[in-house]
Design a protein around this ligand. Structure first.
Ligand code: ATP
Length: 244
């Protein structure tokens, strides 16, 4: 079980790629606990293992050693189908490339993950509309990705990740295709979600401009934690809202 307030933790997590004398240990016995309601940035040089670490914490990549406790479950002790179900039910993912369907409107893109739930169609539509409203995009719900800016596309991707109300949100370089102000809007939005809903948000990023917008910064180097620092950061009440 996780300690109170801890939603996700790992113990001596280890991963190597390759075999024999070309084996490369990418994550070396990392232990960590991540809390409800907090946005944590995971930083570090290219190749330090950030994406690999995020993938193991989120049930996407099986570790070689160690354990992950996610919402009180020993994640990697579950069978493959149960891990898939866990991810579908509890995890939201946001990636650098947005991964939106070009032929669907913003609303239809956000609706997409709800087809795997047993929500009635009207309820699903209302949920998707509410998620778009949450990211300030209700007026643009009918537009297709081609008609949206990069920042707007990423906000649609966030709405899609939020629509199932996941308790764990994982974002891998969510701002790297965005300019500074759109990057800040996206991170402030994720921060607001963490605070308002008690969600755990883990963001892998290279972007030093996001430092001041997190609750905690973890820096990886050569597969180990080099720095783990809490940021005293009072977020303005309207941060993450459009035009804030
Ligand atoms: N599937 C794989 N097979 C072999 N090697 C891999 C695989 N995935 C990652 N690696 C290697 O593991 C190391 C860490 O990669 P990872 O993508 O986790 O780093 P990162 O810190 O996220 O890097 P970046 O900031 O450049 O995205 C790299 O040397 C990479 O080449």
């Amino acid at each position: 079980m996780n300690a109170p307030g801890v939603m996700l933790s790992c113990e001596r997590l280890t991963k190597s790629f390759g075999q024999g004398h070309v084996a490369q240990q990418v994550i070396s016995e990392v232990s960590l606990a991540l809390h409800a309601g907090e946005l944590t940035l995971m930083m570090g040089p290219s190749g330090s293992g950030k994406s690999t670490f995020l993938a193991m914490l989120s049930g996407l990549l099986r570790p070689d050693g160690g354990a992950v406790q996610a919402l009180g479950q020993d994640l990697w002790q579950l069978g493959d189908a149960a891990i898939d179900r866990f991810r579908l039910a509890h995890c939201g993912f946001i990636f650098q490339g947005f991964n939106l369907f070009a032929s669907l409107t913003a609303l239809e893109n956000v609706l997409f993950p709800l087809q795997y739930t047993d929500l009635a169609p009207a309820e699903a539509r209302a949920r998707a509309a509410a998620a778009l409203d949450d990211v300030g995009l209700a007026p643009r719900a009918h537009l297709r990705p081609l008609e949206l800016s990069g920042g707007e596309k990423q906000r649609v991707a966030i709405a899609r990740a939020l629509v199932k109300h996941p308790q764990l949100i994982f974002a891998d370089e969510p701002t790297s295709a965005l300019d500074g102000s759109n990057g800040s809007i996206v991170v402030d939005l994720l921060h607001r979600i963490a605070r308002e809903r008690g969600t755990m948000v883990l963001v892998v990023t290279h972007d030093p401009r996001l430092h001041s917008r997190a609750d905690r910064i973890i820096e990886l180097e050569d597969g180990r934690i080099r720095r783990d620092e809490r940021i005293d950061n009072a977020m303005p009440a309207d941060a993450g809202k459009e035009g804030a």
